[in-house]
Design a protein around this ligand. Sequence first.
Ligand SMILES: [Zn+2]
Length: 265
Amino acid sequence: MRSDCNALQWISWFLSSKGNEYFCEVEEDYILDRFNLTGLNTEVANYSQALDLITDNLEDDDVQDELRGSLDVQARLLYGLIHARWIVTVRGLSKMLDKYKRADFGRCPRVFCQSQPLLPVGLTDVPYEKSVKLYCGRCEDIYSPKSSRHGSIDGAYFGTTFPHLMFLVYPHLIPPKANPSDPARGDGRAEDWAKGVRRRGSTREDEVVAEGAAEGLSTATAALKAERYRPKIFGFQVNEIAKLQRWQEAVRDKQIARLEELEYS
Ligand SMILES: [Zn+2]
């Protein structure tokens, strides 16, 4: 038993491995409290040996060579699933907050988001289904990680709830939707650009119609195809955003009906 060490060795090794930069350290106390691991024994093969491995309790002669490789895979899966539970606890959230403040998860590629730091999110809580995505609190959209090393991490190791719970617990971190220094507002350059476009006799709506027409699609069909990201906390849609999305969808539906009238009349 090496639990008298400050940090568990397997976990330190795992966290320092290239590509694992999104993960934070799950505290030993949390892992050793079996209540926190309820149900994971049905999701991980060789569960107790995998648990022994990540808690540094596995004796080398306990394992045959052929099992070693698969045990490593199971240990990563187990750590990932524990990690998803840990980061929605008070202590786990605060560890991820430190990483967020250092922008360990990268920054939003959207220009108007002004390098807003991102947070990892899963599209499902079931492992082996979807890789991890990055959520931007400013534009409320999700992105794929830039590096393929991060792009292949299982999204279930972060879960669908984490970033939304983070903003619920730390509401002062919610980025403002419009910033006085936003290029879209403050200096009026975007407005000038829009005026210029209008003067040239083309509006964005025209351009969108033209793009749709070029592909032989009606604008209405193109609009209906657009998928939206829906933030969820423990499976429930986040209230304020859900309200806003319902309103946006009502406006969109109205607009689609108008377009259909125009295009098919
Ligand atoms: Zn963004």
